[in-house]
Design a protein around this ligand. Structure first.
Ligand SMILES: Cc1cc2nc3c(=O)[nH]c(=O)nc-3n(C[C@H](O)[C@H](O)[C@H](O)COP(=O)(O)OP(=O)(O)OC[C@H]3O[C@@H](n4cnc5c(N)ncnc54)[C@H](O)[C@@H]3O)c2cc1C
Length: 273
């Protein structure tokens, strides 16, 4: 039996698997996607917002904890768990050395691009390089990895994890880390979260740019099983794009978007990241 079963194959899952392995645990990671599509939305991410009190390697000036926290309050409209947020903010100032140890490389933003040289450390090679580095490190440190391994449900004994179920298969472990992303690719759930405006489902106009494997199956399962819920399901990072853009134009890059200021609600498209 494995000490730690990690469900998911993106940034959160890989970090959990690597840290558990570093602590001496035997680890099995289950990724829903086939190998060539591994890495969830993390394969699309480009940078890490980092707190720092003075210039640090690829970051200029300072981005203090309080400013970061205030920025977070602005984008979430105040719906932010302060304890969790401050934990993440503080860790963002020191985590890059651990990431480098596992093969992740950073670079400053390209000049003339977004004005984020102060706040964001960019991954050299983007999110794909980030997850590839973590997978390489996981493989070489002995983390067992299975692709095409979609977990359908979790067997619990009260609050205690017992096993994960994949079809007829049952995998037991001493501990389980659920890091299987959100419900970004589940159009029905997005509809439910965003509701209707003028008789139109808002989510029907979303162009989903990320992985197709984040259906929120385990999230739903755990909510139904009584897990605590935090956050607001309608909060997300969206970018307005040209109303004429094809709805299924995947993997487009934000800098190639044309913005349409002042278009009518029904003409808007948003990209969900
Ligand atoms: C286009 C785009 C650009 C982005 N840019 C940035 C950025 O620049 N900076 C930033 O901070 N954030 C960015 N984000 C957001 C960031 O990528 C995510 O917040 C982050 O990757 C989430 O990591 P995660 O590990 O929680 O989920 P994910 O990386 O999505 O991983 C979820 C994993 O779970 C697997 N999975 C799902 N269901 C199951 C199941 N039932 N069984 C087994 N496995 C399952 C999936 O296959 C996937 O491997 C961006 C997102 C997108 C889509």
């Amino acid at each position: 039996m494995f000490d730690v079963l990690v469900i998911g194959g993106g940034n959160a899952a890989l970090c959990a698997a690597l840290m558990a392995r570093e602590a001496g645990a035997s680890v099995l990671l289950l990724e829903s996607a086939p190998r060539e599509w591994r890495g969830g939305n993390s394969q699309h991410t480009r940078n890490l917002r980092c707190m720092h009190d003075a210039p640090q390697d690829v970051l200029i000036d300072a981005y203090p904890e309080e400013e970061y926290w205030q920025d977070l309050l602005k984008v979430t409209g105040g719906l932010t768990d302060e304890k969790l947020a401050r934990t993440a903010i503080r860790a963002s100032s020191t985590c890059r050395s651990w990431m480098r140890k596992h093969g992740v490389r950073f670079q400053p933003p390209l000049s003339g691009a977004l004005h984020v040289a102060r706040t964001n450390a960019f991954f050299m090679g983007g999110g794909k390089a980030l997850v590839n580095a973590y997978y390489r490190s996981a493989e070489s440190s002995g983390v067992q990895i299975r692709y095409d391994a979609t977990v359908d449900s979790i067997e619990l004994d009260g609050d205690r994890f017992v096993a994960a179920r994949l079809g007829n298969e049952r995998i037991e472990a001493r501990t389980c880390v659920l890091a299987a992303g959100g419900f970004e690719s589940n159009r029905e759930w997005l509809r439910e979260a965003w509701g209707q405006v003028n008789g139109e489902w808002v989510a029907d106009n979303f162009l989903i740019r990320g992985t197709r494997f984040n259906m929120g199956v385990l999230l739903k399962y755990m909510i139904d099983a009584g897990a605590d819920v935090i956050g607001d399901p309608s909060q997300s990072h969206c970018v307005a794009i040209d109303a004429g853009a094809a709805l299924r134009w995947r993997h487009l890059h934000p800098r190639r978007l044309r913005f349409t200021g002042g278009c009518a609600q029904s003409e808007r498209r948003a990209v969900l990241r």
